[in-house]
Design a protein. Structure first.
Length: 368
């Protein structure tokens, strides 16, 4: 449930309506400069201004119960630049329960942190604000004979630039289409079509009539490899652990920045981007994994509730040999992050979104 101070109700209502209608303010963002990147590596990224709306912590999240008996040890971690601040907050909160476990996550911080840090053996865990790069997974598997364990530890942000914003598909503002399921998207975007049998190339195949029926669909997408592209590929094109492949004739661009402007300028276009990159002139679509829904729009509330199907997750990546337990100190630290107290740290920072109880339960199962 979303709670809201009384003084902000009208402003929050306006924001929610604007979100549903995709009337987001024009883009005022740009790729980081070399000076920005150097600062991020040393200090982490500056925190964004919080959304007016803030979620309530899921009451079903379990309270942290420290493991019996004293635990000691030193855990070394790595973190992407958007997680530097949160890593230090988690460490400080965890120290109240286990002062004899020393956890360090020092700079340099980088947006490219992944499994390669684990391969080096210099860190015990890597906090990563995206899905792992395929080459990272391949390199890790080549080194150890098994893949890294990726444990979701919190939700991404709603629409904060650079902070793992949720992903949305959108069309021109005049397009009457309101929703799509993953099979329809797979039929439109992929050559493998693991979710569908026939390709989709015209708007009529998505149910539009009249002037739209025979018009070709112009698809704008990010060229592989890219974090946004990989997320859509894994979530939409790759069911049942089968890796989907993109069509090669899409309108590929090198970064996500120009996609919304291209769609806004093309009546018959569709594209995807993070919510931080959305311009006026496009309409966001509700999506669902299955053909019968439920279809949820990319509104703040549905992303915060983790019901929107293209919400994102932040991961703690570790090296755990199959069938073997984790280092007890490391398992305890991750258990803390997944607890009510650990997710309260996320909520207090107000950049990312805390996990729902069912998400945290799934993550705890991965540790067993």
């Amino acid at each position: 449930m979303i709670t809201l101070p009384t003084s902000c109700r009208l402003a929050a209502l306006a924001l929610a309506v604007a979100s549903l209608r995709a009337q987001v303010a024009p883009l005022k963002i740009a790729p980081p400069t070399a000076a920005d990147t150097a600062s991020f590596q040393k200090h982490g990224r500056p925190l964004p201004v919080p959304e007016i709306l803030q979620p309530r912590l899921d009451r079903e999240l379990p309270a942290f119960q420290p493991a019996p008996g004293p635990l000691t040890g030193h855990l070394a971690g790595a973190a992407s630049d958007v997680l530097a601040d949160l890593a230090q907050r988690w460490i400080a909160a965890f120290r109240r329960y286990h002062p004899d476990i020393v956890v360090t996550v020092p700079p340099p911080y980088s947006g490219k942190v992944g499994a390669k840090e684990l391969v080096s053996g210099k860190v015990d865990f890597a906090l990563v604000s995206r899905e792992l790069v395929p080459s990272d997974v391949a390199g890790f598997t080549a080194a150890f004979g098994y893949g890294p364990l990726s444990v979701p530890i919190m939700g991404g942000s709603y629409r904060h630039f650079g902070f793992l914003d949720a992903v949305a598909f959108f069309v021109h503002k005049d397009n009457p289409l309101a929703r799509l399921n993953f099979a329809q998207l797979d039929a439109l975007l992929s050559t493998t079509r693991y979710r569908s049998s026939a390709p989709v190339r015209t708007w009529g195949q998505l149910g539009l009539t009249g002037e739209w029926a025979d018009k070709p669909i112009d698809v704008w997408a990010v060229r592989p490899w890219n974090g946004f592209e990989e997320f859509v590929r894994e979530r939409v094109l790759s069911p049942d652990s089968r890796r989907g492949e993109w069509r090669t004739d899409l309108n590929f661009v090198e970064t996500v920045f120009p996609i919304a402007p291209h769609v806004a300028a093309d009546r018959y276009a569709i594209g995807y981007a993070g919510l931080a990159y959305i311009n006026d002139g496009v309409k966001l679509l509700a999506v669902a994994p299955g053909p019968d829904g439920p279809f949820y729009p990319p509104s703040y509330e549905e992303v915060a509730r983790a019901r929107y199907a293209l919400s994102r997750l932040v991961y703690c990546n570790v090296n755990r040999r199959p069938g073997q337990p984790l280092n007890p100190a490391l398992a305890e630290f991750i258990r803390f992050i997944l607890s009510r107290e650990g997710q309260q740290v996320v909520l207090d920072q107000a950049a990312f979104l805390p996990l729902r109880s069912e998400q945290a339960a799934h993550s705890r199962q991965l540790l067993q």
